[in-house]
Design a binder for this molecule. Structure first.
Ligand code: NAP
Ligand code: ZN
Ligand code: ZN
Length: 352
């Protein structure tokens, strides 16, 4: 076993505090990764606070992990000691269902093993995430990272990046299309960058008037304030695709009115019920679709990392010390992040 240090939530009301725990001894296919940077996803907050139910405590969140390989098992082919490595939201899957066979491990029929707040398939031991100094992961679930990019800004690609890249690819976003990204946060700002790089005309759809300038700097051709009914009306029936990243239950009906006939809004933000639910008429008239999408498989995550290296795409980050994680969560709730917090894990060695 490996001794590890991290920060953990001990119940849904408590702050994250320093925590010592054990990682499994590396198996033949495992790599040991010393963690350099860990992004802070809104999902970390949802799970630490048990918004989705069934949270496992103590919980060490973190699924946007960049680090360096310090040890490899005898069967490891992809990595050697000293390589950079990226770990996202999943660390295992059944490996033989139809989803796994198609490189869609995130939709594993046996259920993917999530990086934290999950259980290891064989031992049933809890999984612990990236707010820690070291992690042990099967190499299949680890991606290669280019050393040409700013590593701290690469970390958020492992969740915010792939979660937006995958639906944009699946619904074949490209030139000649008008694409709306709803919510300018961690996911949304990556969605804007990707949709632009894929050649679409991009509209940032936001509730925050002050984010307009940033949206344009990130690549948006236009900004639509969703709280302005006249502006929303002016864009009615005009979008080829909408990517909805809003993290809380909300009314999707005004957004459905923006879609052209036969087009789709992909939901990536809300896991719980919509409130109010979509009215049937808003789907029926125009043959519109509401769909969902979860992160991405390992093959596509690597493809996304390579796309980012090629197009020089990284996240806009605000660096924090691990000791500031609780304030960062408070700011996330207040919508006060531009546009992703990333923890410098070197700070873990400082006094708590
Ligand atoms: P975030 O950084 O907090 O950004 C969310 C953005 O949504 C905010 O910046 C805000 O943008 C908008 N927003 C917030 N509250 C709103 C409200 N009440 N009404 C309308 N808009 C609102 O969060 P994130 O890290 O991007 O994560 C977004 C969601 O995706 C979370 O629920 C997370 O759990 C989920 N997620 C899902 C997957 C997946 O696989 N599907 C993966 C990762 C994360 P504006 O100020 O521009 O309005
Ligand atoms: Zn995430
Ligand atoms: Zn499977």
């Amino acid at each position: 076993m490996f001794k590890a240090q991290g920060y953990a939530a001990h119940d849904k009301h408590s702050h994250l505090v320093p925590f010592s725990f054990e990682r499994r001894a590396p198996g033949v296919n495992d790599v040991v990764v010393e963690i350099l940077y860990s992004g802070v996803c809104h999902s970390d907050l949802h799970q630490a606070r048990d918004d989705w139910g069934g949270s496992i405590y103590p919980m060490v969140p973190g699924h946007e992990v960049i680090g360096r390989v310090t040890q490899v098992g005898s069967g490891v082919h992809k990595f050697k000691v000293g390589d950079l490595a990226g770990i996202g939201c999943l660390v295992d899957s059944c490996r033989h269902c139809s989803a796994c066979a198609e490189d869609l491990e995130q939709y594993c029929e046996g259920g993917m093993t999530v990086t934290y707040n999950g259980r290891e398939r064989e031992s049933g031991a809890p999984t612990y995430g990236g707010y820690s100094d070291i992690i042990v992961v099967d190499e299949h679930f680890v991606v290669k990272v280019s050393d040409q990019l700013d590593l701290k800004a690469v970390a958020p690609l492992l969740c915010a990046g792939i979660t937006t890249y995958s639906p944009l690819r699946h619904w074949k976003v490209g030139p000649g299309q008008k694409v709306g990204v709803i919510g300018l946060g961690g996911l949304g700002h990556m969605g804007v960058k990707f949709a632009k790089a894929m050649g679409a005309t991009v509209v940032m759809i936001t509730t925050s008037p002050d984010k307009g300038k940033d949206a344009q700097r990130l690549g948006a051709d236009e900004v639509l304030l969703s709280t302005d009914p006249d502006a929303m009306k002016a864009h009615a029936n005009s979008f080829d695709f909408l990517l909805n990243t809003i993290p809380v239950p909300h009314d999707i009906n005004p957004y459905l009115a923006l879609l052209r006939r036969d087009r789709t809004m992909a939901m990536v933000g809300v896991l719980t019920e919509l409130d109010p639910p979509p009215a049937g008429v808003n789907l029926i008239l125009g043959r519109k679709s509401v769909a969902g999408s979860a992160i991405g498989g390992l093959k596509e995550t690597q493809e996304m990392m390579d796309f980012c290296a090629e197009h020089n795409i990284v996240s806009d980050v605000e660096m924090i010390a691990i000791q500031d994680i609780n304030q960062a969560y408070e700011r996330l709730v207040k919508n006060d992040v531009k546009y992703r917090f990333v923890i410098d894990m070197a700070t873990l060695k400082a006094a708590p």
